[in-house]
Design a protein around this ligand. Structure first.
Ligand code: FES
Length: 139
């Protein structure tokens, strides 16, 4: 890879050049859109939820390469998780799965965590009865 890309590792570049899960979900169950005040970037995540689990996820990101790679990786990581598991999702998972981000670009992964949580909150707002069903049963 050329020196132009030395800021990012090959995993980040791969997700930036070939992003997974880009676009919208028709009939999404939850949609979250957030913006980063510092840079003006915007990220939207749409979720399809079936039987209390994330069946599908898509993103649209108007932002930097790190934000695009972060949303691509985040949507890959959260598929199959329960709502509760996804609520505990952290941007650090994205950073680790991408093999690291430059310190000045960590906030791009935070945007992915925030967009996911906004989409989950939207789902819970729209489907309070289904969200309760996914809650763990007390022993
Ligand atoms: Fe703001 Fe990447 S520079 S999200």
């Amino acid at each position: 890879m050329s020196d132009t890309y030395t800021l990012y590792n090959s995993t980040v570049m791969e997700h930036f050049m070939n992003p997974r899960n880009m676009g919208d979900l028709k009939d999404a169950d939850g949609v979250g859109e957030v913006g980063a005040a510092a840079c003006g970037d915007i990220m939207k995540i749409s979720l399809k939820i079936e039987d209390g689990r994330i069946a599908d996820a898509r993103f649209k990101t108007f932002g930097c390469g790190s934000a695009i790679a972060s949303s691509s990786m985040a949507t890959e990581l959260i598929k199959g998780r329960t709502i509760d598991e996804a609520m505990n999702f952290s941007n650090q998972e994205v950073v680790d799965a991408l093999g690291g981000l430059p310190p000045v670009k960590i906030h791009c992964s935070v945007l992915a965590e925030e967009a996911l949580k906004a989409a989950l909150e939207d789902y819970v707002k729209r489907h309070p009865e289904k969200a309760q069903k996914s809650a763990p049963v007390a022993a």
